[in-house]
Design a protein around this ligand. Structure first.
Ligand SMILES: *[C@@H]1O[C@H](CO)[C@@H](O)[C@H](O)[C@H]1NC(C)=O
Ligand SMILES: *[C@@H]1O[C@H](CO)[C@@H](O)[C@H](O)[C@H]1NC(C)=O
Ligand SMILES: *[C@@H]1O[C@H](CO)[C@@H](O)[C@H](O)[C@H]1NC(C)=O
Length: 473
């Protein structure tokens, strides 16, 4: 269909609910409303579900120098799964709630969650998994280099991996545990060094600096603050990279070997590689857990030519979060009437590790009402944990859904990918992937479902955040 046939009645019905004028055109699965805004997407129902096998990457990132593949921790492209971690959606959403609580408490305390530890051991806890990110990358550490699969997390400052001899306790990971005694480039950081003093309190074992980080409810990592050679790609090597060599861990980080911290913090990889990459990185999270995205350091050969930038907004000092200003949300091409103070009162951040976007309750309620009206032709399904707007698409071959557009400060409009609107539990339960905070004054979070397929660019030095469409598929 070549962009010129008028809308048919089913679509018109949908749009009537939205009080949109009925002048719209179809073009490759989109329909345009007035003002040229995309009003709806028509997709095959099967495109909303991940495929059981891994589709190879076809991103433009392949020929970029400092690029890592980004893989969903629980999808078929992940070597961490191997039948050990059948995805439990209820659990994912519970973990997501823990993460949100952790983020919101850090935000109100202005804390990056990181401390130097006074002792190598924390009290043993029950080891509840905290949803610290759903996406993993593989980097090399040490000499000779060992490959490690790490969760990547824009909400955390420290990069850490489990280390032998695991004096406290290590959880089961997929890669062999890193052994500093087998690496010629490993170094301890002294207790009296500037690097050690960047951790909030000072903690020492003899003269060696210790760190401790706590993720939400129960997960934690404690160990030596150390330096190593970090290999990002064959040509990109960072010497004396400061990281956590973890001896005592609680929580199941999904068989990953640790975490790569990308927050706006002195000790994060962003700051440590500032001279090399200019505090600039970007990623694209794939449309489903069966596809591959990328994480790229530096500006070199940016994949998407059409990136629009919004200023990074102020966040509580010391939290390390990336603040964004949401100014409006549109459904079906129509701006919801939400007073702008609703968004400004609590502010918002973007986070790679939170799954579901958290909105002020006033905004969520407006979004839900309009979305449900537009979807009135579809059978609803039971709620799933925090998601209260679910549909049964098991008998549908195609689904026409209203577009959802986020407007950020600086005139940036982000029209979400259809896969960025739904959380797919099963064909008979596909849920609107948004939830409400406890109050409008709580911190909003722009989560990772909504970021899928966009090239998300963090120009930390330039204090701006960019979105480019078609970053990956
Ligand atoms: C999924 O997780 C929830 C919450 O942890 C648990 O109650 C439920 O039994 C789990 N379901 C399966 C099938 O394991
Ligand atoms: C934030 O402060 C509250 C109250 O003082 C405390 O209970 C909570 O543990 C703190 N959170 C963090 C992450 O430090
Ligand atoms: C690092 O410190 C630990 C604890 O003090 C010690 O066991 C280890 O040998 C040190 N490693 C190096 C390379 O200095």
């Amino acid at each position: 269909m070549e962009g010129s046939s008028f809308c048919v009645s089913g679509r018109a019905l949908v749009l009537l609910y939205l009080h949109v004028l009925m002048i719209c055109f179809m073009h490759e699965g989109y329909s345009y409303g007035v003002e040229g805004k995309i009003a709806s997407h028509t997709v095959s129902a099967s495109s909303l579900s991940p495929s059981p096998s891994c589709s190879p990457s076809n991103t433009k990132a392949g020929n970029r120098k400092s690029t890592l593949e980004v893989i969903h921790k629980h999808g078929p492209c992940s070597h961490l799964v191997q039948g050990h971690n059948p995805l439990n959606h209820t659990k994912t959403l519970l973990q997501d709630e823990s993460r949100v609580k952790w983020i919101q408490s850090r935000s109100s305390n202005g804390s990056n969650g990181l401390k130097a530890s006074a002792a190598t051991s924390l009290p043993a806890k029950s080891g509840i998994t905290v949803g610290t990110g759903n996406y993993i990358v593989t980097i090399g550490l040490g000499t000779p280099k060992k490959d490690l699969t790490l969760i990547f997390d824009t909400g955390s400052p420290l990069t850490w991996t489990q280390c032998e001899p695991c004096e406290g306790s290590c959880y089961t990971q997929s890669d062999p545990i890193f052994d500093p005694s087998q690496s010629s480039s490993y170094g301890n950081i002294s207790c009296t060094s500037t690097a050690c003093s960047q951790l909030v309190d000072s903690g020492c074992s003899g003269s060696t600096c210790l760190y401790s980080i706590q993720y939400g409810d129960q997960s934690s990592s404690v160990g030596f603050f150390a330096t190593e050679k970090l290999t990002i790609s064959q040509t990109d090597i960072v010497d004396n990279f400061e990281f956590g060599c973890s001896e005592n861990n609680h929580g199941l980080f999904g068989r990953a070997s640790g975490l790569i911290g990308l927050s706006d913090d002195k000790i994060s990889i962003v700051e440590q590689t500032a001279a090399k990459y200019g505090k600039y990185f970007s990623y694209c999270l794939p449309s489903s857990s069966s596809s591959i995205g990328h994480l790229t350091f530096g500006k070199d050969g940016e994949a998407s030519s059409s990136v629009s930038f919004t200023p990074l907004s102020t966040v509580p000092q010391g939290s390390g979060f990336y603040g964004i200003s949401i100014v409006a949300i549109s459904v079906g091409g129509n701006r919801l009437s939400i007073p702008s103070t609703v968004f400004s009162s609590g502010g918002a951040i973007i986070d790679s590790g939170t799954v579901i976007t958290r909105l002020p309750p006033t905004a969520y309620s407006a979004l839900r009402t309009t979305f449900r009206k537009a979807m009135a032709n579809y059978r609803m399904a039971p709620a799933l944990s925090i998601l209260d707007t679910c549909y049964d698409f098991s008998k549908e071959s195609t689904v026409t859904l209203p577009s959802i557009t986020f407007s950020f400060a600086g005139g940036v409009d982000v029209d979400l990918d259809p896969n960025g609107i739904f959380f797919f539990a099963k064909a008979s339960q596909v849920c609107l992937a948004f939830a409400a905070n406890g109050a409008d004054s709580h911190l909003g979070i722009y989560g990772n479902v909504q970021q899928t397929t966009f090239e998300v660019v963090y120009d930390v030095a330039g204090r701006k955040l960019g979105f480019g469409s078609n970053g990956c598929s």
